[in-house]
Every structure is written in structure tokens, then in C-alpha cells.
Design a protein around this ligand. Structure first.
Ligand code: ADP
Length: 452
């Protein structure tokens, strides 16, 4: 087992990884920008190295600086968390070339899944159901028209290099397709420096359901069930729950089997998430994330597993200590992502937290790096806390989440807590009967009515 791990991230996820290391008796090295000198992950790590000025590209995304920090502190492995360098195949290669271990899948798998066209073709080849669409990239407007005629309107044009929902355009009919193609390609070019796009059938009212997997370097792959992440605003998840209110155990077993069989074929190891849209009882692959996800704690709550611990173990070459039949699901879990944002306009709200009190009690978990007096710099993601609860039933979870949100005090900045409180009062949510379009409509009404 490793003696020392460098954590190439900040905020709650750096702390999350640090906690797993501590519990395994592994020493930690934090890296940080000058904006994070007093951050919790820096205070709690055994060692800390400042790797640059505040902007991400000059610090947390600076590959050479991160690797140098690992070399000078004699760390043996690097955990990338999520975001930043976590899905950067070149970085994973560099880590390996320096004789260090990247705590994640192989650079080859990161590369395949990072290109959305290749990922989809690979998924299809491996027997995973995909959204009907173009075979690979679509070169020009004429081809876009042809593909749309074949798959039928409405269609969605997506960026090959996509991420965060950018470079995505819907065309409802033939009159819109040429314009949509142009806009999607130029948006993709502007956002990713790569204007290549592909096309998919646009699903009207799907849910977003994803399967968590874990594999070792000895050919074992298990799935840890699903997470329902259908509550999204601008393609960003804000709330997740498991199990999905839409699935029964047989559907879970079936899709789980398809995913694990496919990933065994390519020798996938470490944590990964296969994301699907789900409509009328059918799954459609959209992408695979080759890293730990923000919402992993809800899976931990119902399986009793520590995903970061498992990631570290398999990266060190150990076998998964359990098989599929050992994985059991206990009750339900939910997570609210709390962002430093105005809950109505979603404008970022950086600043200093003047007062802080986190909720507690039975089956409540708070993953956050905040404390009274901590500063939220304007340079990074606005996620400041994840409030996670577990319950024997879905109703118990909702009641517990409401009381935990009620207890949560974060003074000095605006947060999205009021939005979560309003959402959890809606009958659609209580019934578990929502799709990926529901939240945007709700937010528009909520803001308009002024009840927020
Ligand atoms: P990104 O990598 O930009 O996040 P994804 O392919 O993961 O892109 O899709 C992000 C979100 O966009 C999905 O969660 C879903 O809300 C929506 N979406 C993607 N593909 C489709 C589709 N074929 N039909 C309808 N909505 C889609």
C-alpha cells in the first residue's frame, strides 16, 4: 500500500480524499493556489505545496507543477478528485512516466471515453444501448440534413469534445437543422477549440440514470447500482438520489449486468460511471465518466462502501475484496448540492462565510470544506457543500433532508439552500415522478411567482 498520496484538487473533494487516506494510515500532500492558503484541505494535510496563483490554469491545472510537488514530497500516487486533471489522459500518462501511480483508470480508457464519438462507438461495440444517431462525426450541413431524415426529428447536435452541456443544439424540424448545425459547431469551436459535432435523436422526457462501477486490475468489475440525477439546471445536476424511483430490482440487475460485462471486456479498472438517459423503460448511453463523481456519497450511504478507499486499494494493485453478490443496497439516499450562488439568478456569490453551522444527527453526512471565517474565492466551481442523508424509505429521506436543510446555517454569502427547500416541497418530487426537464420549468415559475 502507498505510504503517501498527493491530492491534486481543492475544496470538499480534496478533503474527502484526505479523510479516506487518514483512515487508511496514508500520509497526504495537499497542493493549493495562493487563493487557498488557508483552505481546510491545506490545514489538514500532512504536507502542503503551493503550486501557483489563483486561476485554475496556473495552479490546479498546471500538470508540471502538480507532478513536481509529488516528486519533491516523495508522494507515490496522485488522486485527482473530479474536475481539473481527473479526466486528462495526458496528465495520467505523465504521472506514469514519472514513476508515480495515477489513482484512476488507464490513460487509454480516459482517452477513449473523453472523445464522445469514440466513447459511443465503443459502448455500442460492447453491447451497451446507445441513443440512435449519426455514425460518428457529422461533417457538414448536407450530411446533418440526411442524418436527421434517417433518425427523425427532433434531433440534438452535440460537440464531440463536449462537456457541461456546451455546444448542444436542438433542431425540431428541417427548417431549423442548418442553423442548429452552424451554431453548435461554432459554439463547440469557441468552447473546446474543436468544432466537430455529432447527432442524436432528441429524447423528450427522459430521466438521467447512471451506473456506478468499480474494477480492479485482476479483471473483476462490479456495479454499485444506479443514481438518479434527473434534477438538472442547464445540464448541471443539483440533486441526486438512489435508488432511482423509476427502476425496479430486475431493471437494475439487467443494466448492471450489461455495463459490467462490457467493462470487463476492455479491462476497465478503478471507479467509473456510465451515464444513461432513460425513457419508456429503455436505457440510452450518453457518456462515461472515468473518475469519482460529485454524487458518489449517496452510493456509499446505501452500500456501506468507501469508494475512495476502494479506488486507492485497486490503484495499488489489490483485488476488490468483494463480488457482485456481496453488494447490498440499504434503503435510500439523497444529496443536495449547495452552491455559493443566488438561488434565483444563479449568479455566483463568492465572499467570506461569517457564520457556519452544519446539520448533524442520525444518517446525515455533510461533505464540505467550509468553516466560519473561510473564504470562497471567485476563481473556482461554486459547489461549497454536499448535504447527504439516508433513510429506510424514500419518504424518510425527504423528511430528513428537509430537517437538515432547516438546520444548516451559512451566513455571509448566498446559497442555493432555499431552492432545495422549495423543490423538496413539490408533489412531483414527493412522488418521484420527475424528468430532466422538470427543474428548469419549476425554477422559472418559482422565480416569476416571487415565492422564492
Ligand atoms: P455533457 O458532456 O456536455 O455534459 P452529455 O452527453 O452528458 O453532455 O449530456 C448532458 C445532458 O444533456 C444530459 O444529462 C441530458 O440532460 C441532455 N441530453 C444529452 N443527450 C440528449 C439527448 N439525446 N436527448 C435529450 N437530452 C439529451
Amino acid at each position: 500500500m502507498f505510504e503517501k498520496i498527493l491530492i491534486a484538487n481543492r475544496g470538499e473533494i480534496a478533503l474527502r480524499v484526505l479523510r479516506a487516506c487518514r483512515e487508511m494510515g496514508i500520509k497526504t500532500v495537499a497542493v493549493h493556489s495562493t487563493a487557498d492558503n488557508e483552505a481546510m484541505h491545506v490545514r489538514l494535510a500532512d504536507e502542503a505545496v503551493c503550486i501557483g496563483p489563483p486561476p485554475g490554469r496556473d495552479s490546479y491545472l498546471n500538470k508540471a507543477a502538480v507532478i513536481s510537488a509529488a516528486m519533491i514530497t516523495n508522494a507515490e500516487a496522485i488522486h485527482p478528485g473530479y474536475g481539473f486533471l481527473s479526466e486528462n489522459a495526458e496528465f495520467a500518462d505523465m504521472v506514469k512516466d514519472h514513476g508515480l501511480t495515477f489513482i484512476g483508470p488507464s490513460p487509454e480508457h480516459i482517452r477513449i471515453m473523453g472523445d464522445k464519438v469514440q466513447a459511443k462507438l465503443t459502448a455500442q461495440k460492447l453491447g451497451i444501448p446507445v441513443v440512435p444517431g449519426s455514425d460518428g462525426a457529422v461533417k457538414n450541413e448536407d450530411d446533418a440534413v440526411k442524418v436527421a431524415e434517417e433518425i427523425g426529428y427532433p434531433v440534438l447536435i452535440k460537440a464531440t469534445a463536449g462537456g457541461g452541456g456546451r455546444g448542444m443544439k436542438v433542431a425540431a424540424s428541417k427548417s431549423e437543422i442548418r442553423e442548429a448545425f452552424k451554431v453548435a459547431s461554432s459554439e463547440a469551436e469557441a468552447a473546446f477549440g474543436n468544432g466537430e459535432v455529432y447527432m442524436e435523436k432528441y429524447l423528450g422526457q427522459p430521466r438521467h440514470i447512471e451506473i456506478q462501477v468499480l474494477g480492479d486490475q485482476h479483471g473483476n468489475v462490479v456495479h454499485l447500482g444506479e443514481r438518479d440525477c434527473s434534477l438538472q439546471r442547464k445540464h448541471q445536476k443539483i440533486f441526486e438520489e438512489c435508488p432511482s424511483p423509476a427502476l425496479n430490482p430486475k431493471q437494475r440487475d439487467d443494466i448492471g449486468k450489461i455495463v459490467t460485462t462490457a467493462l470487463k471486456k476492455i479491462g476497465y479498472h478503478n471507479a467509473g460511471t456510465v451515464e444513461f438517459l432513460y425513457e419508456d423503460g429503455k436505457f440510452y448511453f450518453i457518456e462515461m465518466n472515468t473518475r469519482l463523481q460529485v454524487e458518489h456519497p449517496i452510493t456509499e450511504m446505501i452500500t456501506g462502501l468507501d469508494l475512495v478507499r476502494e479506488q486507492i486499494r485497486v490503484a495499488a494493485g489489490l483485488e476488490l475484496g468483494f463480488s457482485q453478490k456481496d453488494v447490498e443496497f440499504q434503503g435510500c439516499a439523497m444529496e443536495c448540492r449547495i452552491n455559493a450562488e443566488d438561488p434565483r439568478t444563479f449568479a455566483p456569490s463568492p465572499g467570506t462565510i461569517t457564520g457556519y453551522h452544519a446539520p448533524g444527527g442520525r444518517r446525515v453526512r455533510v461533505d464540505s470544506a467550509m468553516y466560519a471565517g473561510s473564504k470562497i474565492p471567485p476563481y473556482y466551481d461554486s459547489l461549497i457543500s454536499k448535504l447527504i442523508v439516508q433513510g429506510s424509505t424514500r419518504n424518510e429521506c425527504i423528511m430528513r433532508m428537509r430537517r437538515a436543510l432547516h438546520e444548516y446555517v451559512i451566513d455571509g454569502i448566498k446559497t442555493t439552500i432555499p431552492l432545495h427547500q422549495a423543490v423538496l416541497d413539490q408533489q412531483v418530487i414527493i412522488d418521484g415522478n420527475y424528468d430532466i426537464r422538470w427543474l428548469e420549468r419549476f425554477v422559472a415559475d418559482w422565480v416569476r411567482s416571487g415565492s422564492g
